[in-house]
Design a binder for this molecule. Structure first.
Ligand code: HPA
Length: 245
């Protein structure tokens, strides 16, 4: 079974033939909502809306530990994250889809590990390649099968939010090598790694990041909604093709 965590613009999967919902209790508190189980073509899928089904949980307050633990607990064998981002690179404009391959973490104060007990041996996970290569390839093949253009690779900078960035912060992220900026990629990715859950993401560029191209006058939330709505239709097509093999 594959897990899909939907972000802004994707709070449900239209093509999911729902079989049941389950509220999972975890040692880390409440997940963002009930898990929705079903089928997308022949693939068993469990879906979770990262910000809650009413989109009320801001990025810095998402209970990432509960979300990933719950998905593992119900038997997910891999997690696909759908998340909107700002584009830093010139060719990552609104509407572009990216399957990132690297992460830089600028968040702070989030509960970002399961290994924080004082009475257990210290545990360090390898995180050289934060995204699972096989699951990334599967996403890329699904996109190709669906006839949808996606960029293969990109460095995702995770910021604390919920505010957007300053232009100087975006310049700094670019100097650091970041191509995209979002608020939820971490600690989600590392918690999946700690649970040994293969994890990959499909990022939807909602806007140029602060100070870039058309966002020089500031970022328009109305246009973000329009872009996300259209782009998520393409993301849905890709997710519908995940059963190609
Ligand atoms: N910055 C951070 N997160 C985002 C953005 C952005 O510009 N757009 C969508 N998510």
């Amino acid at each position: 079974m594959l897990a899909i965590i939907g972000g802004s613009g994707l709070t449900q999967l239209a093509s999911l033939e729902i079989t049941r919902r389950e509220v999972v209790r975890t040692p880390y508190g409440e997940p963002s909502g009930a898990l929705t189980f079903g089928q997308v073509c022949d693939q068993a899928v469990v879906f979770l809306a990262r910000h809650g089904y009413g989109h009320t949980i801001p990025p810095h307050l998402v209970n990432y530990r509960a979300n990933l633990w719950a998905l593992k607990h119900v038997g997910a064998l891999g997690v696909i994250s759908v998340a909107s981002v700002g584009g830093i690179r010139e060719d990552f404009g609104p509407g572009v889809l990216v399957v990132p391959d690297q992460i830089i973490d600028y968040t702070w104060g989030r509960k970002s590990t399961y290994f924080d007990a004082l009475d257990q041996p210290v545990h360090h996970v390898d995180f050289t390649h934060p995204y699972d290569q096989a699951l990334r390839q599967r996403l890329l093949r699904a996109a190709a099968a669906a006839g949808q253009a996606v960029h293969d690779g990109g460095v995702y900078a995770t910021t604390q939010g919920p505010r957007l960035e300053t232009a100087a912060e975006i310049n700094r992220f670019e100097r650091d090598g970041a191509d995209l900026v979002g608020m939820t990629g971490m600690p989600e990715a590392v918690l999946a790694r700690e649970l040994e859950l293969p994890y990959a993401a499909i990022n939807v560029v909602a806007n140029f990041a602060a100070g870039r191209a058309s966002s020089e006058q500031g970022i328009s939330f109305d246009s973000i909604e329009v872009v996300l709505h259209e782009a998520m239709l393409r993301v849905r097509c890709i997710l519908d093709s995940l059963c190609v093999e």
